[in-house]
Ligand binder design. Structure first.
Ligand SMILES: Nc1ncnc2c1ncn2[C@@H]1O[C@H](COP(=O)(O)OP(=O)(O)OP(=O)(O)O)[C@@H](O)[C@H]1O
Length: 368
């Protein structure tokens, strides 16, 4: 038998609650079979609603949801072959790990021998065999979570949906469980859709990161694309690691434009396909914090391929492998340089120092 395909397609999906709250608005998204997808966005942007609509706990007001080629709108979760792991993954306290995992099969009326055979195979896959006879109270938070995941996976869903699965764990365990989740997903080979509002969690885990705002998708793609190549100010600021600058186009010269503002003088920014920019128009562009190099004024002559802005250091924060230097380059807005630790301490900057914040012109990214 061929394995049921777990590719998901949302087409024009909308969800309105009580006829007025527009929770999801015209969402189009394709998730390939076996992918790890993270839905990322601030509270209330509609992530959980999308998850619940894929799972079958909620139906869209409009649009199609297709799983493995079948339009599943109106079908219950069992018929969709989806399973959901909830934020609070309460296990049955009086059942052992094995019986917790076997629970759904018991509900389906399978014999004890059948149930245990399936559970033992799965426990082996997700490394729970040694814990089979323990009660939930005898497990760590991370182990409890693995059991919860196995409990959801035992029904052999083609899609597993996880709602903030790591939010109950402390920082260290969260990072550890992140890898564990990824490993389990690979081993099970099923499509995972994971809701989170933590940027680093999404980019560390996902094949596809979907950045949402107010019921809409702002950008969806591989982690590196959304982090390094944000489409617009919202995505750049939400994922972090970027400075967003604004100005007026002074001139357009072939493959680049020159931007100016009261703070910025003649800054060259490469043009980007699909983004219109004409002389006199307003534009925004992003500069990665780790592309910004700080030099003391008058020390070196800058190459023409380097852009720069005068600024003063307003704060310095040691971060271990790098130092976060905050600057007043643009009034009322944060402008940050991530300076490698060793480089910073060769000639440490202090609050109040004047510097030139520089970056290779070609590294600036024009935003929509
Ligand atoms: N059952 C409901 N009835 C009415 N409105 C709802 C219902 N569920 C969600 N909403 C509203 O729909 C919008 C999207 O909610 P949703 O739970 O999908 O967001 P979210 O991005 O998952 O947020 P969070 O990260 O806080 O869980 C919100 O404005 C929310 O108040």
């Amino acid at each position: 038998m061929t394995r049921a395909k777990g590719d998901i397609e949302l087409a024009g999906v909308c969800k309105t609650y009580d006829g007025e709250v527009m929770a999801v608005e015209g969402v189009n998204l394709k998730i390939p079979d076996g992918a790890y997808c993270c839905l990322l966005g601030p509270s209330g942007c509609g992530k959980t609603t999308i998850l619940r609509m894929i799972a079958g706990h909620e139906d869209p007001t409009d649009g199609e949801i297709v799983i493995g080629g079948d339009n599943v709108v109106g079908l219950p979760p069992v018929a969709r072959r989806t399973a959901m792991m909830f934020q609070s993954y309460a296990l049955f306290p009086h059942l052992t790990v094995r019986d917790n995992i076997a629970f759904a099969l018991r509900v389906r009326g399978q014999s004890k021998a059948e149930r245990y055979a399936a559970v033992d195979r799965l426990m082996d896959k997700v490394r729970l065999t040694e814990l089979a006879d323990r009660l939930p109270a005898q497990l760590s938070g991370g182990q409890q979570q693995r059991v919860a995941l196995a409990r959801a996976a035992i029904t052999e869903p083609r899609v597993l949906l996880l709602d903030e699965p790591l939010s109950a764990l402390d920082e260290q365990l969260r990072i550890q469980m992140r890898q564990e989740l990824r490993r389990m997903q690979r081993e099970l080979g099923i499509t995972f859709v994971h809701v989170t509002h933590t940027q680093l969690e999404a980019i560390a885990l996902a094949d596809i990161v979907v950045v949402m705002e107010k019921g809409k998708i702002r950008q969806a793609g591989p982690a590196r694309d959304v982090y390094a190549y944000p489409k617009d100010r919202y995505v750049a600021e939400f994922l972090g690691g970027q400075n967003v600058l604004a100005g007026r186009v002074e001139s357009v010269n072939g493959s680049s434009i020159v931007v100016a503002s009261p703070q910025l003088r003649g800054i060259e920014v490469p043009l980007r396909k699909g983004v219109a920019a004409s002389a006199g128009g307003d534009v925004e562009f992003a500069v990665r914090r780790d592309e910004v190099e700080l030099v003391r004024p008058g020390v070196t002559t800058l190459s023409p391929s380097v852009a720069s802005v005068n600024s003063r250091v307003t704060a310095v924060e040691y971060q271990g492998s790098f130092v976060k230097v905050m600057l007043d380059a643009v009034p009322g807005q944060e402008f940050v340089a991530y300076v490698p630790e060793r480089k910073f301490f060769d000639d440490p900057l202090a609050i109040g120092d004047l510097v030139l914040a520089t970056w290779p012109s070609q590294s600036a990214r024009l935003l929509d």
